[in-house]
Design a protein around this ligand. Structure first.
Ligand code: APR
Length: 231
């Protein structure tokens, strides 16, 4: 089976009603990103940050995966699929994608403030409305915090993600402005023979030399076109 790797961003969840970050009306227009999504912000005001992610987790209860998520999962019938996502929502999981690498963490998980990347400390929250509260303790006794990779923190999953892209026969990038590294740098790990597609209504600029096939559409329509191209 050929190896198909997806690199998804907020745009794949936009049609499910989850706002992106940098589009007009995006999350970073409403919230000061360094206050709510950086390690300095968390250290300065953990309660504000914990509440910000409680609100984003609660939003998941009211949204459903869209056709794009379903089409990504359905391609597992024909390809060995790896989904590398920058998203922290659980929509890929809910459509049954079986190999998902979360580069920036997961809203449905929580961890230790002292050792956030120690697998022993990571716990799965029971439901979308399972708020983390000040005073909740991780296994090591420190304050329980969102299992999110904040600006200023390492991205431990970048290595397995780069390995997956390096082995890909096909790389499909969906719904990311390719603004944030190291995720945005993954495109450069693709082998010379790898077919690369980019699905986005406002596609980010990518080097001509990469020979990227641009599908300038929304995620669902773009995935339908991709499935036709892959037949
Ligand atoms: N279908 C496909 N793509 C869409 C759609 C849609 N319906 N609507 C918007 N987009 C595209 C936008 O054109 C843009 O290129 O989705 C992209 C969203 O870009 P960002 O908001 O920057 O989101 P993303 O690239 O995922 O951000 C990366 O930044 O703040 C951090 O950790 C956060 O993981 C996030 C990272």
């Amino acid at each position: 089976m050929q190896k198909l790797v997806f690199l998804t961003g907020a745009g794949i969840s936009a049609e499910s009603g989850i706002t992106t970050f940098r589009d007009s009306g995006g999350l970073w227009e409403k919230y000061p990103v360094m206050k709510v999504a950086s390690i300095e912000g968390y250290e300065a005001d953990p309660s504000l940050v914990i509440q910000f992610y409680n609100e984003r987790r609660r939003q998941l209860a009211g949204v459903q995966p869209n056709d794009a998520h379903h089409l990504v999962a359905a391609l597992e019938d024909r390809y060995e699929v790896t989904v590398v996502t920058q998203n922290v929502d659980d929509l890929h999981e809910r459509t049954g994608s079986s190999h998902i690498i979360h580069l920036h963490g997961e809203l449905m998980k929580a961890t230790s403030t002292y050792r956030p990347n120690d697998p022993e400390q990571v716990v799965t929250l029971p439901s979308h409305d399972a708020d983390i509260k000040m005073g909740d303790r991780a296994r090591d006794g420190s304050q329980l915090r969102p299992f999110i990779v904040w600006f200023g923190e390492a991205v431990p999953m970048i290595e397995p993600a780069a390995d997956a892209v390096q082995q890909a026969d096909i790389l499909v990038i969906i719904g990311t402005s390719l603004n944030v590294y190291p995720a945005a740098g993954l495109i450069h790990y693709a082998r010379p023979g790898c077919r690369i597609f980019l699905i986005d209504p406002k596609p980010a600029n990518v080097a001509e030399s990469l020979g990227v096939h641009i599908i300038a559409k929304g995620a669902s329509e773009g995935m339908k076109e991709l499935c036709e191209l892959l037949k």
